[in-house]
Design a protein around this ligand. Structure first.
Ligand code: UD1
Length: 416
């Protein structure tokens, strides 16, 4: 991981503030690798902060949206995340029930802890629920991974992104397309800061451990001789016809190359419910794998098939061809610059066959995927000015998005 501190981020430039208390929220699997580098960076900042620079007091809240050992605890252990200060233990439920439970249990924590900020990451229900609570209590909200848009409100995550970004005080974006989306929605520039991709901070910090992963040996898999699959979106797995078609494509392609499929609990439940047989001995279905094993599989696969946002980015980083089973992506940079391609369910076998025949290109690593994002996040929090907030409060109200020029869809995007 690059360890250089750009001069403008050096602690000596921090203003004279005594301390900042920040509630950091994590709830579901894709949140954990986003909060880990922030917590590590805070520890380092507090150790190195010169006289007169603010100490940062983190307070970690786990909402309990994900609770299985393999969906939660394993990430805390692997990423060195300290035990949460509070676990709200909300568990599963409908969107309304889960969101409401998070809100009612998070409010007293805010009342008691009186933070200067709450910081939320990503786009899960926990992100939106906690942002909403804090915003109504007039606690400043920072959103890491702001500005991403799929322009598809059938995805619950898109609603979470829109709501969170419309109420957050500080919108910390991973890439320029995020800034553009926010500007188009009328968010004042003073509230938007391009900080880069926080996922890559975690990835770079864990490369040594990824190299030590034994998952390939355990599964008797050979480098570049397997397809790595993760699927859990309701649009792919909650519909019987779609899931049957996907599993048939894997059964067909597995005659040419083995398929490794760690299965999300939602997907496993749907296979059982629909009475779908997983396939043949060339398809290995296993429980969800941990962070290091997942990165090792992504790095060594001949191809990744996914509907996860994180896997699209990690494949781009490793330049592993990635086929995303979705009609759109909120991470267009993985298609325009990276190794990702959006595909339809019906073309899965054909596109996989193309990749196996070596017709794909691999792309490049986008700007600000450099391991310094957590540092830029801290800098933005510490240097946040009330004056900026005032200009934000008097800003143009959020407008409805008329067009979606940065949206990428299977119809509009050719593979790069
Ligand atoms: C959630 C996020 C999604 C993210 C995904 C990563 C929302 C709206 N969705 O979707 O953006 O990509 O996490 O996994 O926030 N379950 C377990 N054990 C667990 C957690 C869940 O068995 O630890 C089962 C439950 O039956 C639950 C189902 O999985 O009903 C779905 O979990 P839920 O958190 O509602 O949504 P995800 O599909 O995981």
């Amino acid at each position: 991981m690059p360890d250089t501190v750009k001069p403008e981020w050096h602690p000596k430039h921090f203003p004279m503030v005594k301390s900042l208390k920040i509630i950091i929220v994590a709830g579901a699997r894709p949140n954990f690798m986003k909060v880990a580098p922030l917590l590590h960076r805070i520890t380092r900042h507090n150790r190195e902060a010169a006289n007169g620079t603010p100490q940062i007091i983190p307070f970690l809240v786990h909402t309990g949206q994900h609770y299985d050992e393999k969906m939660s605890s394993v990430f805390f252990a692997e990423l060195g995340i300290p035990a949460p200060d509070v676990n709200l233990e909300v568990g599963s439920g409908s969107h309304a029930v889960q969101t409401a439970n998070i809100m009612t249990r998070f409010e007293p924590v805010c009342e008691r802890e009186k933070p200067d900020w709450i910081l939320v990451v990503g786009d899960v229900n926990s992100t939106m629920a906690c942002a909403l609570v804090a915003s109504k209590m007039r606690i400043r909200v920072a959103h890491v991974e702001a500005g991403l848009r799929s322009f598809d409100r059938n995805m619950p995550e898109e609603i979470n992104r829109l709501v969170t970004d419309s109420i957050a005080d500080l919108l910390l974006t991973p890439s320029e397309d995020g800034n553009e989306n926010l500007r188009r929605e009328g968010v004042p520039i003073s509230r938007i800061k391009l900080v880069g991709n926080i996922m890559i901070d975690s990835l770079l910090a864990n490369l040594d451990k990824v190299a030590q992963s034994t998952i390939l040996t355990r599964l008797k898999a050979e480098k570049r001789r397997f397809i790595y699959v993760t699927l859990h979106r309701p649009s792919n797995v909650d519909n019987k016809e779609s899931l049957v078609s996907i599993m048939r494509a894997f059964a067909d392609i597995s005659r040419k190359m083995p398929v490794i499929f760690p299965m999300h609990p939602r997907t496993r439940a749907r296979l059982a419910e629909f009475g779908i047989e997983p396939g043949n001995s060339n398809i290995t279905i296993l429980d969800p794998v941990g962070y290091h094993d997942s990165l090792a599989l992504t790095q060594s696969a001949r191809c990744v098939v996914t509907d996860s946002g994180g896997l699209q980015e990690e494949s781009t980083f490793f330049k592993t061809p990635c086929l995303t089973l979705r009609p759109n992506t909120e991470r267009p940079i993985t298609v325009t610059e990276g190794s990702n391609r959006l595909i339809k369910t019906g073309e899965l076998f054909e596109r996989l066959d193309e990749v196996l025949n070596g017709s794909e290109t691999l792309g490049r690593i986008p700007e600000f995927w450099d391991g310094l994002t957590s540092e830029r996040v801290l800098h933005a929090l510490i240097n946040y000015r009330e004056a900026d907030a005032a200009s934000a409060n008097s800003a143009t109200p959020i407008r409805k998005t008329a067009a979606a020029p940065t949206a990428l869809t299977t119809a509009s995007v050719a593979h790069v």
